[in-house]
Each structure stands twice: as C-alpha cells, then as structure tokens.
Design a protein around this ligand. Structure first.
Ligand SMILES: NC(=O)c1ccc[n+]([C@@H]2O[C@H](COP(=O)([O-])OP(=O)(O)OC[C@H]3O[C@@H](n4cnc5c(N)ncnc54)[C@H](OP(=O)(O)O)[C@@H]3O)[C@@H](O)[C@H]2O)c1
Length: 253
C-alpha cells in the first residue's frame, strides 16, 4: 500500500509546537517531506529531529508570517530544498491579550490580525502562486470554532481574526479550484495546548470548565486536530472545497 503523502512536499507554519508539530509529524508519517516554519529555530529543529527519529524527512525555515519577504522566502526555500510544494497547513496563530471590545488595546488588535489573518493571507498568496503554476496543490488554513460564535467575551480580536480566515478560505477556494488548488480550513475547539487555558487557570479548572460546556466533556488532543488536517490535505477529501471543518467535541453543535 502506498503511503498517502508519498512523494509530496508539505509546509507547516507554526510547525515548532503543539498542533503544528503534531501535524508535521503526521504528514511525515504519511510519506511527505515537511518544511516546518516559524520564528524559533530551536523549536523548529526539534520538530525536524522528531520527524527524522521516525525515519522521515524535513527541514526548518525560520520565518515570520506577518512579513511578506519572509513568506516569499518560506515558499522559495521549501521548493529549492525539497523540489516542490504540494501541501500547506497555515497554522501559525496567537491568542493575544484578552479584553472586552471597548477596552482592547489597538496594538493587541493589530498584532492578532497580523499573525492570524494577514499571516494566512500572505502564506496563501505565495503558496497559490507556486501551486497554480506547478500542477496544483492543497491548502488547509487554521481558523477556530471561536470564529463561529460570540460566546467568548474578551476574545473579540481573536474571534474576528479567525472568522476572517474562515471567509477568506471560502473565497479563495472558489477562486482557485479550477486551477487545481484545493483550499479548506480547520476550526479546532479547545485543544490540549497552552492556548486552551484562560489567564491564570489551572489544568483542573480548565478541565472542569470544558466539562461543563463541551458535549464530549474534554479538550481535544493535538493528534485529533492533525488527523482532520491530514484528511483535508489528502486525496480522501478530493471533493471537499471551501469547507471549514469544526473539530471541537461538539462545542458549537
Ligand atoms: N489550542 C487551541 O485550543 C486552539 C483552538 C482553536 C484554534 N487554535 C489555533 O491552532 C493554531 C495552533 O495553535 P496551538 O494551540 O498549537 O498553539 P501554539 O503552540 O502557540 O502554536 C502557534 C504557532 O505559531 C507560531 N507563530 C506565532 N507567531 C508567528 C509568526 N509571526 N510567524 C510564524 N509563526 C508564528 C508559534 O511559534 P513560537 O511558539 O515560536 O512563537 C507557534 O509555533 C493557532 O492558529 C491557534 O489559533 C488553537
């Protein structure tokens, strides 16, 4: 049986930690060569080490997704080193300092949109440019279930930045599917990473909060998000275009 990503080159932004790292490992286990992208060389090298320890292949690209020149270089370096770009998971994101809408600091708003929304747009811009000229490809963007509702007071900037990713995904999906670039998004719910905690919250308190609001009664694991991304990135989802897949234990059901 052929591995589902055999011969493919994948790129994962925010690949130095948590959901991004687990997805990079999942792509590599499927046979892809994976470029992991982010601001911290040490974290990226650690992901590459984990991939290589399992017999896979990958490399680190230090880049800030808010900077156009970095994003152009991220795509060019991936193609130069690995011979192409077939799959991209635009996962880099930040939570930002929470606060009610009227009290939000302008700098916090700008920083959250710069990484979560502009970062995804810039990444897609250069990825699509390459893919449409080289036989197509698959893109999965990281949105969030918080982008679907207003039930998280204090998280307006983050929610709006992720809601924007969701609609940008659907727009771009329609624009490029005829050229062989298939674009979808994943919207995780609370997943077992530092981002799932509210300020000052213990694991016990987080888990109790989650049990009271999430039908499945627990946070997700990074592998559960990676599994959904891998499906969206694989040929198993070949007829899925412009979908934002909620993976949240029923929280938005
Ligand atoms: N965990 C959850 O509950 C949850 C729920 C819904 C959606 N999400 C989304 O899932 C994605 C991954 O989250 P996570 O929980 O795995 O958190 P995480 O470990 O903090 O992942 C975010 C990654 O993005 C990288 N990053 C931040 N700013 C960047 C920039 N300017 N350029 C390039 N990379 C940058 C970070 O690198 P450094 O660490 O080196 O700064 C980090 O590796 C995020 O987009 C998040 O919004 C998470």
């Amino acid at each position: 049986m052929t591995a589902r990503f055999a011969g493919k080159v994948a790129l994962v932004t925010g690949g130095g930690s948590n959901i991004g790292r687990q997805t990079a490992l999942t792509f590599a286990r499927g046979g892809a060569t994976v470029a992991v992208v982010g601001p911290s060389q040490g974290e990226l090298d650690e992901t590459v080490k984990l991939i290589e320890a399992e017999g896979g292949h990958g490399s680190a690209v230090v880049a800030d997704v808010t900077r156009s020149e970095d994003v152009a270089r991220m795509v060019a370096t991936t193609v130069e080193r690995h011979g192409g770009l077939h799959i991209a998971f635009n996962n880099a994101g930040i939570g930002g300092k929470p606060g009610p809408s009227s009290e939000l600091d302008e700098a916090v708003w700008a920083a959250v949109f710069a990484v979560n929304t502009t970062g995804v747009w810039l990444s897609m811009k250069y990825e699509i440019e390459h893919m449409r000229r080289h036989g197509g490809g698959v893109i999965v963007n990281s949105a969030s279930n918080i982008g679907f509702h207003g039930r998280r007071p204090g998280m307006g900037a983050y929610a709006a930045s992720k809601g924007a990713v969701s609609i940008l995904t659907r727009t771009a999906a329609r624009e490029y599917i005829a050229e062989g670039v298939r674009i979808n998004a994943v919207s995780p719910g609370g997943t077992n990473t530092p981002m799932s905690y509210r300020p000052g919250e213990s694991t016990e308190d987080r888990d109790a909060r989650v049990r009271s609001v999430v039908p499945i009664g627990r946070v997700g694991e990074t592998q559960e998000i990676a599994n959904a991304v891998a499906w969206l990135a694989s040929d198993d989802s070949s007829f899925v275009v412009g979908h934002d897949m909620v993976v949240d234990g029923g929280a938005t059901a």
